[in-house]
Design a protein around this ligand. Structure first.
Ligand code: FDA
Length: 307
């Protein structure tokens, strides 16, 4: 009930406009968003690097309404890749959304932006991760990533995300790994119909574990994005039992979520990457985090009134 309320609120335009412009809103968002400016996200990535944690940088924004807006987001991503080089972030990359690059307006615009960013990532010794959005974009995202990955010099420089809640994901992993494409596995954050996605959380969790095994035995470096302690425990056991190197994959978590677990895994010798979002368009992302764990709303409110 609360989950669907927050998901519904995440698309509420007046509330979004009000929140993103208000100082209070920005302060509340700071729990999950590293700031409004590039300098702030760089500082956050450097602090994590000092703790042995890699990063992926996300300039927040979704569903643009003009080609100029898409180009503006593309420019920010080029600045992020320059910043990664300038600040000597040795294991940092970028995560972007296709709708932010104009996918709904003109898919060829989005593809050319992603192609240019991947070429820049190659120069910067970095990597482009194309986040996965709702199911209307699944096939188009996979197809676009495969095309850009197949261009000369791009092998291993662009990857995408697979969502364990979708029935199709096992087949998609087969297709992507056959091309040598790196995958981030997550549970999935959008509202999907029962024809396409497991409605019950326990089935999503079981599929996540099954797909984790598929990824860990593929011989390709993948990211396991979850804060779920039971799944992480199961993964550690599977890796140990099958003598899979701790260097051959990474765990990924979101900025500001389960920092204790992030540090504990690094101490145990696992690789950890944190997804760091920033920028003035933080509202839909923030609401999706509240939807995942409505208790966060109370936690954030308490912190707000304490400060
Ligand atoms: P689950 O929701 O079952 O939570 C397990 C435990 O984690 C909770 O009990 C709680 O302790 C903790 N937790 C989870 N969410 C929390 C929150 N918001 N606040 C506090 N604690 C929380 N989705 C998508 O559709 N497309 C994408 O491209 C991505 N990309 C992505 C990148 C990275 C690095 C991560 C970690 C996640 C994504 N996601 C995503 C989001 C993902 O699909 C999912 O919604 C969240 O990760 C929550 O799922 P968990 O696996 O953490 O499990």
């Amino acid at each position: 009930m609360l989950r669907s309320t927050f998901i519904a609120l995440s698309t509420n335009k007046p509330l979004r406009r009000f929140s993103e412009r208000s100082a209070v809103g920005r302060r509340l968002s700071s729990r999950f968003v590293a700031g409004m400016e590039i300098d702030e996200v760089m500082r956050a990535a450097l602090s994590l690097q000092n703790l042995g944690i890699a990063s992926t940088l996300d300039a927040l924004g979704e569903s643009v309404h003009s080609a100029e807006e898409a180009q503006k987001h593309a420019t920010t991503y080029h600045q992020l890749l320059d910043g990664i080089t300038r600040h000597k972030l040795t294991d940092s990359n970028v995560s972007l959304k296709l709708t932010q690059m104009g996918m709904d307006l003109d898919p060829s615009l989005a593809e050319s932006i992603v192609r240019d960013l991947t070429a820049h990532a190659v120069q910067a010794n970095s990597f482009v991760r194309v986040d996965m959005e709702g199911s209307p974009y699944t096939q188009a995202t996979i197809d676009l990533v495969r095309r850009v990955h197949s261009l000369p010099g791009n092998r291993g420089r662009i990857g995408t995300v697979i969502q364990a809640y979708l029935y199709r994901s096992e087949a998609d992993i087969k297709t992507l790994t056959a091309d040598g494409i790196r995958i981030r596995l997550c549970k999935g954050a959008y509202k999907e119909p029962a024809e396409l996605a497991f409605p019950a959380k326990k089935d999503v969790d079981a599929n996540y574990i099954k797909l984790t095994r598929q990824l860990l035995t593929s011989g390709i470096f993948h990211g396991l994005a979850t804060h779920d302690e039971a799944i992480i425990r199961d993964t550690k056991r599977f890796v140990d039992e099958n003598k899979i190197s701790r260097d051959s994959f990474e765990f990924q978590m979101l900025y500001g979520i389960r920092r204790d677990l992030q540090h504990a895994l690094v101490k145990e010798g696992f690789r950890m990457r944190v997804y760091i979002p920033f920028g003035p368009e933080w509202y839909p992302y923030f609401m999706r985090r509240l939807a995942e764990r409505p208790a966060n709303a109370i936690f954030i409110a308490k912190q707000f009134f304490r400060n």
